[in-house]
Design a protein around this ligand. Structure first.
Ligand code: FMN
Ligand code: SF4
Ligand code: SF4
Length: 275
């Protein structure tokens, strides 16, 4: 058996879980390859997945779903009834409808989704001052859940006709408008800052090369606000450590009060899997 682990990761949290998942497959005697989707997403290309008996998709949760750039990109992939599973990392705020909405896309693309998992991982905005959500995750318990998930998923993958999982559809946010009058949706820009370079640097250009939306300009040291998705990749990969994110205390306070998130509650959150 040969498994492909296709992942996207901004601050490397999903990448860490992808590695742990790969290790567990290998421990179980299964060939498992990691495929970082960054360049595929940047260049609108797709990897060859024909050789894999199963595909595991790993994404961070952005606004309660897989990131939009990932959701758009997934629509290029053809599943051809291939067995697949998903996993997500999230920063303790909310999983939203990530399982349901991503599974829906994968099924539309022809994948058979037989398992999913969610892992706590420090919030991407912890790179900014004022934000400290689930700082020490993933921890050993989270990695143990990942290992258990893979062992049980493997059993299921080896069944003759493994059952697909199902997640409850999220409640409709607002009632559907009557009639078919089309309203053009204005994109609201959030009030939070964007990362920027704050000192001279060695101009290695990594920030441009590794930006999933090509929003960062190394010369000006600024992110294009129309394209930056605030994934924080430029902040974590800059070898000179000169890219910083502005203060995110407003964000942190808002999500904490909106969801009643105390440090105690955040500590009690557990990673989980669904088969
Ligand atoms: C734009 C953005 C939106 C996010 N939305 C959520 C969210 O809805 N719920 C949550 O718990 N965490 C959210 N997070 C935190 C990430 O899901 C979490 O830190 C994840 O582990 C990051 O993984 P990565 O390093 O692989 O990108 C968000 C992070 C970013 C950058
Ligand atoms: S990654 Fe950092 S050091 Fe390299 S060009 Fe960008 S800001 Fe400069
Ligand atoms: S500029 Fe924006 S989209 Fe690009 S790596 Fe930085 S945070 Fe991510």
């Amino acid at each position: 058996m040969n498994v492909g682990i296709l992942y996207f990761s901004g601050t490397n949290m999903t990448a860490e879980l992808a590695k742990a998942i790969q290790n567990e497959f290998i421990q179980q005697g299964i060939k498992a390859e990691l495929v970082n989707l960054l360049t595929h997403i940047q260049n609108d290309t797709t990897p060859t997945i024909d050789n894999y008996n199963g595909v595991i998709f790993g994404f961070p949760v952005y606004g309660g779903r897989a990131p939009n750039i990932v959701r758009d990109w997934l629509q290029k992939l053809r599943g051809n009834e291939k067995i697949s599973a998903m996993f997500f990392t999230y920063g303790g705020v909310s999983m939203g409808s990530a399982h349901y909405s991503t599974q829906s896309i994968l099924e539309e693309q022809g994948f058979r989704v037989i398992g999913s998992a969610e892992f706590l991982a420090k919030h991407s905005y912890n790179v900014a001052p004022g934000c400290n959500l689930v700082p020490n995750r993933p921890n050993e318990d989270d990695y143990q859940v990942a290992r258990d998930f893979i062992r049980k998923l493997l059993d299921k993958m080896q069944q003759e006709n493994p059952q697909q999982i199902s997640f409850e559809a999220p409640p409709e946010r607002r009632p559907k408008r009557k009639g078919n009058k089309k309203k053009t949706k204005k994109r609201r820009r959030s009030p939070f800052p964007f990362p920027s370079r704050e000192e001279d640097c060695s101009m290695c250009l990594k920030c441009e090369e590794e930006c999933p939306t090509r929003a960062f300009n190394a010369q000006t040291g600024e992110a294009d606000p129309d394209n930056c998705i605030r994934c924080m990749r430029c902040v974590v990969i800059c070898p000179d450590n000169v890219i910083f994110m502005g203060d995110m205390s407003d964000f942190s306070q808002k999500v904490r009060s909106w969801r009643g998130l105390t440090n105690e509650k955040l500590k009690q959150l557990k990673s989980k899997y669904f088969l």
